[in-house]
Design a binder for this molecule. Sequence first.
Ligand SMILES: *Cc1c(COP(=O)(O)O)cnc(C)c1O
Length: 391
Amino acid sequence: MTGDGTRAVRAGLPEPVAHEPALPGPVFAAHFHLPGEATGPYTYGRDTNPTWTRLEAAIGELESPDEPAHTVAFASGMAAITAVLFSQLRTGDAVVLPGDGYQLLPAVGARLESYGIEVRTPRPSSGHRPSTGASHTPLDAALDSQLGILDGARLLWIETPSNPGLDVYDIRRLADAAHARGALVAVDNTLATPLGQRPLDLGADFSVASGTKALTGHGDVLLGYATTRDATLADDVRLWRKTVGAIPGPMESWLAHRSLATLALRVRQQAEGAMALATALAGRPEVTGLRHPGLPSDPSHALAVRQMRPGRFGCVVSFVLPDKAYAERFLAALTLVDDATSFGGVRSTAERRGRWGGDDVPEGFVRFSVGVEEPEDLVADALRALDAAKA
Ligand SMILES: *Cc1c(COP(=O)(O)O)cnc(C)c1O
């Protein structure tokens, strides 16, 4: 029994070698010495790189500590997501994509449709309005009454907790339903990170994530990965990476690996700050539709407690302010929080999500990503900014 934090510190490191560094530096190579036959672990830089090998071993250990798994690293989260979808789906197949997932998923769906793949999206349950609190019915319940959508499907895509709406889907139950119908299951694990949730242990075939967010945590790297326990699926995804060339840079891969050693510290601190912020916001009348899976009053809390790791409900808090101008005044009045997109970084960020136009959210919807600042400082800054926004 090794704790996650302990595992993360050494994940993917080579056996100690006298007078060598613990984590060898990035290997910058387009090609490798290759006498004779074109075989061996390292041949050409679009196929393999030792810096990727170490990072992939590390992520595999975190996503699947108890069973061997294969991880394939990519240039970005989108590169990983599209690798799974495009390597598995063929003309005539059907795929189930969520309606409340990452904002680029509809564009991916449209592309899949243009190749003759049927894209199905579950309808939100009646009464469901994104992030509006009291009237909220978890989409999971809606999907429950629509499991027929999986009939004949080749793959089910789940994003949980979803971004930016923070709905939680029951991975185990949906994976069982999908597998009973012969469909593969992929889970976008970006928000939770492998320390917050382990989709493969809950029955998923793929755990896929953007490493750009909380995994690397410093807002200076774009990266993605897909992890699976199935060697054939891993080969498919690896061949896709080589074919389209969506490879991570050695420098990014090394920075990502270096960041994993502090993942447990960051996840813990950010989750604590997010809980403190959500708890403080819950007492404010101008805040509606407050969502954070760790809040006992959250519609997804009971499910989050069952499938996520204790106390690691992520760093994102979302809520709605009365209107666009109100939200903009709030964001401008924050002093410790950057108005910026993305999430999961060590420095807190917040943004009015409606400015991108891709998410189905009210104009006053704010996605707040809690960094590693002291929770009491962040709470004070947010409450002061709310007061300033009233004017
Ligand atoms: C950011 C994000 C992605 C895309 O990742 P990139 O690294 O920006 O390509 C995919 N899924 C979720 C949930 C995300 O937050």
